[in-house]
Ligand binder design. Sequence first.
Ligand SMILES: [Zn+2]
Length: 129
Amino acid sequence: MHDDYVTMKNGQIWEIRCKGCGTPIKTMLADDQPSETEKINGRTIVRERLYLAALSNYKEVLITFEDGSKHVTPMCADCAVKMQTDKKLVQSVYEADVKQWKSEGQKINKRDEKRKAAKVDRIASVIGV
Ligand SMILES: [Zn+2]
């Protein structure tokens, strides 16, 4: 398990790795859009537009908990499939998310923190909530 799966840079998410195997699943890439240029004191400054791009192995996993509540979490395609048959992995993935939320200073109520994963509902490139 990779609990430390988010890299921040200048207050922005720079990279997200799979919580199962640590492989990058989202990373900051330069946009194809023309970059902005600006002249400051006679020097040309080029600003590239960056965006957090989902890589080809990026999947979203919809977890259902024993209390019926749901949670969407990003994983790599391989680990997403493993989660379907490994409830322990699903639970530790959720616990890694809780840890990440706490490190971001989010308040999580005790009930949500103690949720027990029941199953993986769905795996897709994007799960609309
Ligand atoms: Zn993985």
